[in-house]
Design a protein around this ligand. Structure first.
Ligand SMILES: [Zn+2]
Length: 68
């Protein structure tokens, strides 16, 4: 069985959003993908904050229940 060599493949990167091959100098293949990634980041940040607030409320509620 012949081992494949990757030496002749020019250095390239894949779009973070859709995985399409593109030049290494870019992070996304299109403005649509850049916008989609930015949207996803914001949503993740918002969700983390929401999760943190819920945890704090639960923690405080537990303490209140314990001492009431
Ligand atoms: Zn893309």
């Amino acid at each position: 069985m012949k081992t494949p060599t990757f030496q002749n493949i020019p250095s390239h990167a894949h779009c973070k959003v859709c995985g399409v091959s593109m030049p290494k100098t870019r992070s996304f293949c299109s403005n649509e993908c850049a916008a989609a990634d930015e949207k996803g980041k914001n949503r993740g940040k918002k969700f983390n904050r929401f999760f943190l607030v819920v945890m704090v409320i639960l923690f405080v509620a537990l303490i209140v229940i314990q001492f009431s």
